[in-house]
Design a binder for this molecule. Structure first.
Ligand code: TRP
Length: 450
């Protein structure tokens, strides 16, 4: 058993934990997904709804996951085994582990694109770009299966390397360096963006809500986005919470992590929309092409654009890396805790599995103008459906099965006041499951709408 806990590891400090968990949350979902969704869903109104979703649904579910993790000190499968022995709940943990593996497989493919984009911007490939030529460059690259696979492999190797270093010596150490770099780069881009002539229109689009644009669909989009962005629904926060010491306050931890995630997403929009509106002829509702097709046009048209372009894609790669680390760690924790593997063996084996599983996504057809093929299907089933099902069941587990009282006892062991306990109880038992069930139904119905 002693050997086992040495193999598991623990965070060195609360700051280290918060940065690592924020690193998990802050990812492609923030820098790519959030601005894309904001652009598609009418701007400022979406931003407002998103804020409410994070506070009302995201934070309570994150508290729930961290509590389950710290109480059980185990990977997602072990967590449900310990808290509900001899029951089928362990399969919920299993679903989480599987979901982590699949999301990692295609997340790494997209992260590989960001590496390629760093190189292309450095080389000045986009120097004389227009929308048409960037589209061609993008589809040329994404349909070149050899290249996408190589960059996918490269990214996976970096992820495995970090996770092999363990919790404190690998994940915490690397995220502690990368998160401040990420913030610095992003602030630089925001300043560049808002000081461009003509930036005002973008700021208005982003900050002045047009309430007539807030529809039911917008609310659902915001809720789904919040879930993915906060890394909820598959036990990533259960896993990260399991390395958290008894004395750290779970509620403020969840709050800091969510706030960091929110802040970075918000800043990403600030880096993009003012610049986008400052360049003539571009529109914000481009869908997933926003980052890989629209942005190179912006960088091409603004002063010092190339340098800012390089900074942007480095930022995107860093954000992706700290997230892919957490996806890998969930699966690795399973093999360490449940199968007694050594961390190194687990990280390398799972890395190879995720790499192979990602190859069909890497080989899939060029993803223009929206994601398509294998990657899109994997994302729908695991990134969209499975996370939501997992989130719903986690609420039901904590609120109705394992028990609110036991959860409150765990939370109060490190925060004896927890004055918001009654609010949290209502949210986690009623409001969160209800809201999540609504997205689930909507996503299932979308299968028939297409
Ligand atoms: N939150 C990350 C992003 O915004 C993605 C991510 C990492 C994730 N780990 C997760 C999503 C676990 C859900 C569950 O890009």
């Amino acid at each position: 058993m002693k050997h086992q806990s040495a193999e598991r590891g623990a965070w060195g400090s609360k700051l280290g934990f918060v940065l690592a968990a924020a690193g998990s949350a802050i990812g492609l979902g923030n820098i790519w997904g959030f601005p894309t969704q904001t652009g598609l869903n009418g701007g400022a109104g979406f931003v407002l709804v998103y804020l409410v979703c994070v506070l009302l649904i995201g934070v309570p579910v994150m508290i729930a996951e961290l509590t389950i993790g710290r109480r059980s000190k185990s990977d997602p499968v072990g967590a449900f085994k310990k808290l509900a022995p001899e029951s089928a709940w362990k399969y919920l943990g299993g679903l989480g582990v599987l979901t982590g593996l699949v999301i990692l497989s295609y997340y790494s493919v997209i992260a590989g694109w960001t590496l390629k984009y760093i190189l292309m911007t450095v080389q000045g490939v986009f120097d004389t770009a227009n929308t048409e030529s960037v589209t061609q460059i993008f589809s040329g690259f994404t349909s070149d299966g050899y290249q996408t696979t190589v960059f996918h492999l490269l990214f996976m190797c970096i992820t495995v390397w970090v996770v092999t270093g363990g919790i404190e010596g690998g994940i915490e150490r690397v995220t502690k360096i990368l998160m401040p770099v990420l913030l610095g780069l992003l602030l630089l881009l925001v300043i560049r963006s808002v000081t461009l002539p003509g930036a005002g229109a973008g700021i208005e689009f982003y900050l002045k809500p047009d309430f007539s644009k807030i529809t039911f669909e917008v609310v659902l989009a915001a809720l789904g986005q919040a879930f993915f962005s906060l890394s909820l629904g598959m036990g990533a926060m259960i896993t990260y919470g399991s390395y958290l010491s008894e004395k750290e306050d779970l509620v403020s931890s969840a709050f800091y992590v969510s706030l960091s995630d929110l802040t970075i997403a918000f800043l990403a929009g600030f880096a993009i929309f003012p610049a986008l509106f400052a360049v003539e002829g571009l529109s914000p509702d481009q869908g997933p092409g926003l980052i890989f097709i629209v942005l190179p046009n912006i960088f091409e048209s603004i002063p010092f654009g190339q340098a800012f372009g390089v900074a942007f894609y480095i930022l995107l790669a860093i954000a992706a890396l700290t997230s892919s680390i957490s996806l890998l760690e969930v699966v690795v924790a399973y093999f360490i805790d449940q199968r007694g593997w050594h961390r190194r063996k687990a990280a390398i084996t799972v890395g190879i599995m995720a790499f192979l599983l990602g190859v069909p996504s890497a080989l899939g057809e060029g993803a223009v103008p929206s994601l398509s093929g294998f990657l899109a299907n994997a994302d729908f089933l695991f990134g969209k459906l499975s996370l939501i099902i997992g989130g719903l069941l986690i609420c039901i587990f904590l609120g109705w099965k394992w028990g609110i009282q036991k959860a409150l006892a765990e939370i109060r062991s490190s925060n004896d006041s927890f004055s918001l306990a009654p609010v949290w109880t209502i949210l986690i038992r009623f409001i969160c499951p209800l809201a999540i069930a609504v997205i689930l139904v909507d996503r299932l119905l979308s299968l028939f709408r297409a």
